[in-house]
Design a protein around this ligand. Structure first.
Ligand SMILES: Cc1cc2nc3c(=O)[nH]c(=O)nc-3n(C[C@H](O)[C@H](O)[C@H](O)COP(=O)(O)OP(=O)(O)OC[C@H]3O[C@@H](n4cnc5c(N)ncnc54)[C@H](O)[C@@H]3O)c2cc1C
Length: 399
């Protein structure tokens, strides 16, 4: 651990040294999808280069809730101990508020950890598994040749060309591989934008201490959850026009918490909020010659159900064996297998998440749903079970 309590990631290697090597796999993006894929593939003794355009440690707008599926994927891939060492805060219920009414629903146990800590731990784990991690380095992918795919890596004005047998695009919501890698991702009309803040060493919220608190209003929603080390992690999806009308991210989030009927949260309005891009978008194509996409780079919907990291981690677990085979010998069947896995395992969850996000935009639907689950909490159980499934122990593989 470093002095700040975060795991240590090594200094990035000199850029010029990266062009000399012949890489099996270049992984672009060191969020949960990229870091775990890199660790698993490096663990299979392939030469893996993991790059991220932001110097680490870095924060990321996110509620930080690892649901049961995400925790199961972390356990399956063997990296749970390094996450557990961060002492994430457990949660066991979901508290939803709308127009002064609220419901507290039991939720399958999950854990909350800030992304600053989580992503640093996962990147450190990838390095331990044998991946080379170049952070503060931006990648741009070029057209494939017969036996490899080339990319340009850049840090400031410095540039270097690298070759890899395959490239994994785990570049997240704004994967900038789009620029040269083919089709662009497209923002869905009416999409909300993301925002987040970590309130450090924060006191408890006044009720349901082991809950994820979701304040819902017509113009967006705010999630609040206790994370490691007494931090309070806040994340929101907000209408851009509402942010403007309220005069900023903090005031808009505080107004939503108030409209939902929750008590004011100290420091929320004046906290140093960070914005994220439009949330709902179709990703670029899932595959290309010697290219796989996963995590948010493969398309994303609003984060109300808090599943993004579960999708990213399960995809990393599933892609790793396929990517190892594809690096050894490329054929187009690998692309078909990845698309089929994604269609089967991720798409249905994205559809449900989109449906819930849409329903929440209707005050009538939101009020009716809240009334229904207040009277009969069991009504929410199948949806929560689906979102948080599969049962512990189930593994994923696309190969
Ligand atoms: C407001 C909000 C709240 C959320 N809350 C939750 C939650 O509670 N639980 C949950 O599970 N999910 C949540 N999510 C979703 C979750 O944050 C994402 O689904 C998850 O981060 C996806 O991981 P990833 O690895 O695909 O991408 P990311 O975590 O976005 O990582 C992508 C990385 O790629 C890097 N990168 C991009 N382009 C390049 C390039 N060209 N070269 C080099 N590096 C590049 C970026 O710097 C970044 O570090 C939330 C999202 C938002 C916006």
């Amino acid at each position: 651990m470093s002095a700040g309590g975060l795991p240590r990631v090594p200094e990035p290697p000199p850029l010029s040294s990266l062009g000399a090597a012949d890489w099996d796999v270049l992984v672009v993006g060191a969020g949960p999808a990229g870091a775990v894929a890199a660790a698993l593939i490096a663990g299979a003794r392939l030469r893996v280069l993991l790059v991220d355009r932001t110097p680490f440690p870095r924060a990321k707008v996110c509620g930080g809730c690892l649901n049961r599926r995400a925790v199961a994927a972390l356990r399956n891939t063997g990296c749970w101990p390094c996450v557990a060492a961060l002492e994430p805060a457990p949660y066991t219920s979901l508290r939803v508020g709308f127009r002064g009414k609220e419901a507290v629903l039991p939720a399958p146990e999950g854990a909350v950890v800030t992304r600053e800590a989580l992503d640093t731990a996962l990147a450190a784990w990838a390095v331990e598994a044998g991946a080379v991690f170049a952070h503060g380095v931006r990648a741009e992918v070029h057209a494939p040749s017969r036996d490899c795919r080339e990319a340009a890596l850049g840090r400031g004005a410095e540039r270097v060309a690298v070759r890899a047998r395959i490239i994994i695009d785990a570049g997240g919501l704004m994967s900038s591989l789009e620029a040269k890698g083919g089709a662009r991702s497209a923002v869905t009309a009416g999409s909300r934008v993301g925002a987040g803040v970590i309130l450090r060493d924060h006191g408890s919220l006044d009720s349901a201490p082991n809950a994820i608190h979701m304040a819902v209003a017509e113009r967006g929603y705010v999630g609040l959850a206790r994370a490691e080390a007494g931090h309070l992690n806040a994340a929101a999806a907000l209408d851009p026009a509402y942010i403007k009308a309220r005069g900023g991210l903090g005031p808009a989030a505080a107004a939503i918490v108030n409209a939902a009927g929750f008590s004011a949260v100290a420091g929320l309005e004046e906290g140093s909020w960070t914005g994220a891009p439009a949330l709902t978008r179709r990703g670029g194509p899932l595959t290309g010659p010697r290219l796989f996409r996963l995590g948010d780079a493969a398309g994303y919907v609003e984060p109300f159900t808090g599943e993004g990291m579960a999708w990213a981690l399960e995809a990393a677990e599933a892609l790793a064996p396929l990517a190892a085979k594809a690096a050894a010998r490329w054929d187009a069947g690998h692309e078909a297998r990845w698309r089929a896995w994604h269609r089967r395992r991720i798409r249905p969850h994205q559809r449900l998440c989109r449906l819930i996000a849409l329903a929440l935009r209707s005050p009538t639907c939101t009020s009716a749903a809240l009334r229904a689950v207040t009277v009969c909490p069991a009504l929410a159980a199948p949806i929560l079970a689906y979102i948080n499934g599969p049962s512990p122990g189930e593994t994923h593989a696309a190969a």
